[in-house]
Design a protein around this ligand. Structure first.
Ligand SMILES: C[S@@+](CC[C@H](N)C(=O)[O-])C[C@H]1O[C@@H](n2cnc3c(N)ncnc32)[C@H](O)[C@@H]1O
Length: 402
């Protein structure tokens, strides 16, 4: 009988073909179980697996290729059910392996990790011979990770810093590699500025059009004023704390009572399934790249249709809102208001994507440029199709003057 443990997990990952060359012994050496708390919630189930009640089930979960939620709602959680929002987890080992493949970390490299969580991925990097600084925003999680790392023998190789990873950790830079294990919407300048020229930065990046992310592999420019690279795989991470979708920013909190009567009405030939996608579907990701700064919130009706709500922030002329309603057998109806016609932008972006033969996420990339004019450093994010010379033009926006 196979003993379930780090060796069987490494063999599972090797069998899936996701382990980078030379990493199988590292996954065999670092026991995931040493990093996980007694209570974990597998991603595909919303009930706790408790080590004290069922040690065999806990061990099977820990050495499976599943993401395990370890914290809900930014704090202590009572009860066996799921909380409202998963706020820390040990990512699925195959996702960890695939991000390590992109990172290409070598022995002796200095690595900045953002999002320590359990400390497992930091321990893998340390076991590979890297010198790791890992930043965790949650003080209790940071403390627990420190204890996990010390117990597993990686206390010296990994320095856990309690703080906001958006600021990086300049004291220990410049870094050869930056690994981010929380979903990013706006790339902070610090990660580029604290990296060496030619350094690799890997992060799950996405837009508020979708709850999903894509792994983005950036290479830092020679002058360290920017970085550019491609998307490598669809994934879904919990977002950086200050980069969770904010409905108020998008004006989604309250619509006037007479909104449906005053918004411009039209129809569309697209269907619910065209524009409402799961977190791993390329269409949601691509629509988010093309329709800038747009929050999409689908409300399914339980009968194969529903309403897709679209919101855009006020950039001086007011908020923009659109709602597209889909019901089987009925012509979809669209309502739009504000300076941007958000549904028209989505439809134009979908038609472009369809006309290109529905490219996958691998055909897209992003360039991040640091701008320091005016004092504070900001990052301009420019997505592109195929290469950086083909920036994705934002879909046309009609400006309402009345
Ligand atoms: C998916 S978990 C990280 C998994 C971790 N690398 C592991 O191996 O267990 C994401 C972590 O990012 C942390 N986080 C969220 N926002 C952060 C921020 N702004 N700075 C640092 N850590 C952050 C969360 O508290 C959470 O622990």
């Amino acid at each position: 009988m196979t003993v379930v443990g780090p060796v069987s997990l490494a063999a599972l990952l090797e069998g899936k073909g996701v382990l980078p060359q030379g990493w199988q012994p590292v996954f065999e050496r670092v026991a995931r179980g040493e990093f996980l708390p007694d209570r974990v919630w597998p991603e595909d189930g919303d009930v706790v697996v408790d080590r004290r009640r069922d040690p065999d089930a806990w061990r099977a979960a820990v050495y499976s290729d599943r993401a395990l939620v370890t914290q809900w709602d930014d704090g202590p959680h009572t009860g066996d059910g799921a909380g409202r929002l998963a706020t820390s987890s040990a990512s699925a080992p195959s996702t960890v392996a695939e991000m390590l493949f992109d990172l290409d970390a070598q022995t002796g490299m200095r690595v900045l990790e953002i999002g320590t969580g359990t400390g497992y991925s930091a321990a893998l990097l340390a076991a590979r011979g890297c010198d790791v600084v890992s930043v965790e925003i949650d003080p209790e999680l940071a403390e627990q990770a420190r204890a996990n790392l010390a117990r597993a023998g990686y206390g010296d190789a990994v320095r856990v810093v309690t703080g906001d990873g958006v600021l990086g950790h300049p004291d220990a830079g410049p870094y050869d590699r930056v690994q981010v294990t929380a979903g990013v919407r706006l790339i902070p300048a610090a990660w580029i500025e604290q990296a060496r020229a030619g350094a690799v930065i890997v992060m799950p990046w996405g837009t508020d059009y979708s709850t999903g992310d894509c792994a983005l592999r950036l290479v830092v420019d020679e002058d360290r004023r920017g970085a550019s690279g491609s998307f490598t795989m669809a994934t879904a991470f919990m977002k950086l704390r200050r980069q969770r979708p904010d409905r108020r920013h998008y004006g989604a909190a309250a619509l006037p009572d007479d909104w449906t009567a005053t918004a411009a009405a039209s129809t569309t030939s697209l269907g619910w399934g065209d524009v409402v996608a799961g977190p791993f579907d390329p269409v949601g990701f691509v629509l988010g790249l093309c329709v800038r700064d747009c929050l999409a919130q689908p409300v399914p009706d339980g009968h194969g249709g529903g309403t897709l709500w679209l919101y855009a922030a006020d950039t001086g002329l007011g908020h923009s809102t659109a709602a597209a309603g889909f019901a089987p057998g009925c012509t979809p109806h669209v309502l739009q208001s504000g300076p941007r016609r958000l549904w028209d932008e989505v439809e134009a972006a979908w038609c472009w994507w369809d006309g290109q033969g529905r490219p996958t996420v691998h055909d897209f990339g992003l360039t991040a440029g640091v701008d320091t004019t005016g004092g504070a450093a900001t990052v301009e994010q420019q997505a592109w199709y195929r290469d950086r010379n083909h920036p994705l033009a934002p879909a046309r926006t009609a400006v309402e003057t009345r």
